[in-house]
Write a protein that binds this ligand. Structure first.
Ligand SMILES: C[S@@+](CC[C@H](N)C(=O)[O-])C[C@H]1O[C@@H](n2cnc3c(N)ncnc32)[C@H](O)[C@@H]1O
Length: 269
């Protein structure tokens, strides 16, 4: 249904409109001093558009304890200087970054299954952060670091260009209403940022259970010169074996939603 040419054309048109709105999201956070500063960023920005709403939620006692006692050992500040990932993890290894890990369940499973890889998980929801720290503690993992702040300034300021092996975006907030579409994190300026941070053959893996958002993702990424589609066929239900099921995915499946896995590889320059 969503593959109809008219729907695709509408998605492309919406994607173009949202790209210009989202430029203000990216302009609101200063880049690291090493990164070029486009003219737009030297002007004051009216209001940052964020891809999330900060919901504090209730921390359980165990989550609160994990945050106060264990988080500092694995936390990376959301803003500051560029990171040297080999210093952060104490070794040279491929690095995967997940934006919006939710309760951390799938990140934990991926990191436990791939001890030779390093993982950075980003999430603003404190109970989710606490839950992931508890999991790291329980499994004794040493290959995960956590950022408990907005992913956009973290990527801009702290991640060197050409340094990530994979960028994971699983079931990002779909922002269903048309007036909220500008909040969707997948937009052309955001794709520009990801293209810079991935290594030259790095992979961006998006998954969603919201068909119109899948259309939108495809419209943005199929048109982006830095990416080439790496999913099979239409990308629907093409979950690679290494992606565990997530909490939000299960919710979507309960609602009879189809799941879309969209994989894009960066084109080597
Ligand atoms: C719908 S949930 C999906 C969680 C998880 N990936 C899953 O599938 O169960 C999206 C999550 O992304 C987080 N998020 C959205 N934008 C973010 C941003 N810019 N930086 C960090 N986290 C973000 C939200 O807090 C929310 O927990």
């Amino acid at each position: 249904m969503t593959d109809q040419p008219q729907a695709r054309q509408q998605a492309r048109q919406q994607a173009r409109q949202q790209a210009s709105q989202q430029a203000s999201l990216l302009a609101s956070a200063p880049e690291s001093p090493a990164a070029p500063t486009p003219k737009a960023r030297s002007h004051p920005v009216h209001r940052a558009i964020r891809s999330f709403i900060r919901r504090e939620g209730r921390l359980t006692g165990a989550q609160a304890r994990a945050i106060s006692e264990q988080l500092p050992a694995v936390e990376l500040a959301g803003q500051g200087a560029l990171l040297d990932l080999s210093q952060v993890f104490g070794r040279v290894a491929p690095c995967t970054l997940e934006i919006g890990f939710g309760n951390g369940e799938s990140l934990l499973a991926m990191a436990a299954a791939a001890p030779e890889h390093d993982f950075i998980g980003i999430e603003v929801h404190r109970p989710g952060v606490g839950q992931l720290v508890l999991g790291i503690e329980r499994l004794g993992l040493t290959n995960i670091r956590i950022v408990a702040e907005d992913a956009v300034p973290f990527l801009q300021q702290r991640i060197k260009d050409n340094s990530l092996d994979r960028l994971l975006l699983y079931f990002p907030d779909p922002w269903h209403k048309a007036r909220h579409h500008k909040r969707r994190i997948v937009q052309t300026p955001f794709a520009d940022l990801i293209a810079r941070k991935l290594n030259p053959t790095g992979l961006w893996h998006c998954a969603t259970d919201w068909a119109p958002y899948a259309e939108h993702m495809r419209a943005v990424l199929d048109a982006h010169p830095a990416f080439v589609a790496a999913h099979t066929g239409s990308g629907e239900a093409a979950r690679p074996a290494w992606r565990p099921e997530t909490k939000f995915e299960r919710r979507g499946i309960r609602l009879n939603h189809a799941v879309f896995d969209l994989l894009y590889r960066r084109r080597a320059p």
